[in-house]
Design a protein around this ligand. Structure first.
Ligand code: 5GP
Length: 189
């Protein structure tokens, strides 16, 4: 027997307290809806999902398994947060995709869009390689915090401007293995 998913109600990560924000059932239901939508929108288009590492790896793995059309996957690695809770304001490309995307339908998959800096960069970067289309799919979106111009085609949840953790999202590299999404608990600061 393998251990069950790691999903406490509250968690301490690097000395900060977090409480449950979006639970497994809510995540599963929403991802299943997004998968259905992608199946319809990309039927006969054989899209390539490009996950933005590290944060998107769990969302990408789940959403791809809710899609039944032929599709491919590749990864890009960016860094903008370092180990802090606020963005450094700079995007560094740590790994580029290996796939050739000219003429392909690209779906960029991100864990969260905050200021929009990373996704704004990613969309421009992809377009340089002349894909047939570029779509953006993000599990979370902090609408109030978004300053850069980004068209988000598929969003799991619109959330307020608070720091979240789990389901791929880290705090100083820890907490990605939590299977639900948690929010920083200000009452316990
Ligand atoms: P943006 O470039 O949109 O400002 O930020 C995008 C990246 O910042 C995300 O891919 C994610 O790595 C990180 N990020 C933004 N907000 C949060 C948050 O609330 N929690 C965590 N763990 N990372 C975040």
């Amino acid at each position: 027997m393998s251990a069950s998913f790691y999903q406490p109600d509250t968690v301490t990560c690097n000395g900060e307290q977090f409480k449950i924000f979006i639970n497994r059932q809510q995540i599963d239901e929403r991802i299943s809806q997004l998968g259905e939508q992608l199946d319809k929108d990309f039927a006969d288009k054989k899209p390539i999902f490009i996950g933005i590492l590290n944060g998107a790896f769990i969302f990408l793995a789940d959403i791809m398994r809710h899609v039944s059309i032929p599709c491919e996957v590749d990864f890009m690695k960016l860094s903008s947060y370092g180990d802090e809770k606020v963005s450094s304001g700079q995007v560094t490309e740590l790994k580029h995709i290996d796939a050739k995307i000219e003429g392909r339908h690209v779906i960029l998959v991100e864990d969260i869009i905050d200021t929009g800096l990373s996704m704004n960069y990613m969309v421009k970067r992809m377009k340089e390689e002349n894909p047939a289309s570029v779509s953006v799919c993000s599990l979370l979106h902090k609408k109030e915090a978004t300053k850069f111009d980004v068209q988000i085609d598929y969003v799991g949840f619109e959330i307020p401007n608070a720091f979240v953790l789990g389901y791929g999202l880290d705090y100083a590299q820890e907490g990605r293995n939590l299977s639900q999404i948690y929010v920083i608990d200000k009452e316990n600061d």
